[in-house]
Design a protein around this ligand. Structure first.
Ligand code: FMN
Length: 346
């Protein structure tokens, strides 16, 4: 089983659900000595199998398959669906949306999604939003697959250790995309990545992969010196030519007049950090469905916006450091990060 303390480059490409992480991107990071991750949250078993085979043909380096631990979702009352649709249909776009995509099952079946993982055996599997059933962790270990789970506070990190995972992905407040808290109720401690890595290091003896707002080799050196074993970068890779980010998504990320990033529930029903746009503003205070039903409801709108290269109605996930994105091929970005990391450590 891989030991993440032995990586040639202590860098994980963050899993990014929504098809951003192509086999080419994953392989480029793994070939540079890091870990190439796929975000398979919403993917079908066939797509997962295809992506894993395709990446394995391009690299012998470590590949990580990432999944969401979806909550159980009760059927929403029809009047709430109608209210959520009314909010969408009040948007200033020349299209109307219906709720026809809201059919059971509301979430993918994790056991079925994992079947291609057990066949293809990537080096690791990671989980976001909670701890998967014990049988899944046991099966991964029996097949020599290392397991990582996101934690956003010390209590979650302790639960990750108790579940028998091999490493913790410590997600700081700066991180782009969905906040990986186990639940969505109760107060969020909102710890920055450095505070979180130090706090976990004091209480939990498990390797930590630090995530959130890390854009440069100096940022990586910072989390390593705080006790992390490796750093996980998502936003930093979003403008690599190998990603599937739309042109308008990239344009907004590279805009010379940068906007703020904010947490919003509006796209999916769960808190996620994105670049502020018209959709987020328009949905303030509006009726939303629970995660991931809101995600299903907004899928057609986001798809439409992406096809029309309209970034105002797409979920432009980004961490707080996005202004420092370098739109380089992934292999070159890995070289730059390695160079900067060495310089910061010498
Ligand atoms: C576009 C995007 C999609 C993401 N999707 C996932 C995901 O599917 N699974 C996951 O564990 N984390 C996901 N994340 C969060 C990352 O794992 C990581 O916490 C985050 O990218 C770190 O912050 P940074 O973007 O500032 O580097 C996503 C982040 C982004 C930017």
């Amino acid at each position: 089983m891989i030991d993440i303390r032995q990586l040639k480059a202590p860098i994980f490409l963050a899993p990014m659900a929504g098809g951003f992480n192509t086999p080419e991107l994953v392989a480029a990071v793994a070939n540079a000595g890091g870990v190439g991750s796929f975000g398979f949250a919403y993917a079908s078993p066939e797509a997962i199998d295809h992506a894993l085979v395709s990446a394995a043909a391009r690299t012998k380096g470590p590949i990580n398959a990432n999944f969401f631990v979806f909550p159980e979702v009760p059927s929403p009352p029809p009047e709430r669906v109608e209210a959520a649709l009314r909010s969408l249909n009040a948007l200033p776009v020349d299209r109307r949306w219906d709720g026809s995509a809201l059919t059971l099952p509301y979430v993918p079946d994790l056991a079925t999604q994992l079947e291609p993982v057990w066949q293809q055996r990537p080096a690791m599997v990671t989980f976001h939003f909670g701890i998967p059933p014990a049988a899944i962790i046991e099966k991964a270990h029996a097949l020599g697959i290392s397991v990582g789970i996101t934690a956003t506070c010390v209590a979650e990190a302790q639960a990750v250790k108790a579940a028998g995972a091999n490493f913790i992905v410590a997600q700081g407040w700066e991180a782009g995309g969905h906040r990986g808290r186990f639940g969505s109720t109760g107060a969020d401690q909102e710890q920055t990545v450095l505070v979180l890595v130090r706090a976990i290091g004091e209480c939990v003896s498990l390797p930590v992969v630090a995530a959130g707002g890390l854009m440069t080799g100096a940022d990586i050196a910072g989390v390593l010196s705080a006790g992390a074993t490796a750093a996980q970068l998502g936003t930093a890779f979003l403008c690599c030519p190998e990603t599937n980010a739309s042109v308008s998504h990239r344009t907004l990320l590279l805009d010379e007049e940068p906007r703020d990033t904010v947490f919003t529930l509006a796209f999916s029903g769960r808190s996620a950090r994105a670049i502020q746009n018209r959709f987020i503003d328009a949905m303030q205070g509006k009726e939303l469905l629970e995660f991931p039903l809101q995600n299903t409801l907004t899928a057609a709108l986001r798809q439409w916006a992406s096809c029309h290269e309209n970034p105002e109605f797409q979920s432009v996930w980004a961490g707080t450091g996005y202004r420092d994105i370098r739109p380089l091929p992934a292999a070159q970005l890995m070289q730059v990060l390695d160079h900067e990391l060495n310089a910061a450590q010498s």
